[in-house]
Write a protein that binds this ligand. Sequence first.
Ligand SMILES: Cc1cc2nc3c(=O)[nH]c(=O)nc-3n(C[C@H](O)[C@H](O)[C@H](O)COP(=O)(O)O)c2cc1C
Length: 180
Amino acid sequence: MITVIQATNRPDSNSEFVSRQIDELLKKNSNEEIGHISMTDMPPEILAASSYEAEHIPEALQHMQDQYMIPASRFIWLLPEYNGSFPGVLKLFIDAVSVRKYDETFRHKKSMLIGIATGRAGNLRGMDHLSGILIHMKSIVYPRLLPISRVNELMDEEGRINHGPTLRTLEDHLKGFIAF
Ligand SMILES: Cc1cc2nc3c(=O)[nH]c(=O)nc-3n(C[C@H](O)[C@H](O)[C@H](O)COP(=O)(O)O)c2cc1C
């Protein structure tokens, strides 16, 4: 299984739209099952102190972890740039699932990172931040990062990337990761 992890809970985010487009491209290019986790499904109980106890992390989170992380051998992290990094809600998610079935979730799993920003940097810095965390968690990071800058100029009214060169680069990148 390859699981796409969409890193913001902001309503109608560009990342949510692009993550669905990535699901479609993966289905077109791979026979593997595709999982999908979105921070928009993050339950508010994650803020409770009990989230740091393996048996008490919110049920919705246990479900995401059991259904879409433990069976996955690969993750694609879609990272919008918020103040020069990825959104805090993603770190909260990673910390919560890490207290339960850590090795089955992260150890030696392969991760690919895509940054999205309306600015020029394409969240390169946030991808570096998450790479460091994933390596700390014994994961393997695909050694090509894909920054998508000025994403708002590349999308159509339905929220799909319709800029030919960007679309081709995205698809090549996904194919490279599938073969990795
Ligand atoms: C809290 C917040 C901080 C942001 N900081 C940056 C930033 O540092 N650099 C940048 O290029 N864009 C920044 N943006 C714009 C996002 O990159 C832009 O909204 C892009 O579409 C990805 O975020 P989205 O998936 O929430 O739409 C920020 C947006 C928010 C909501």
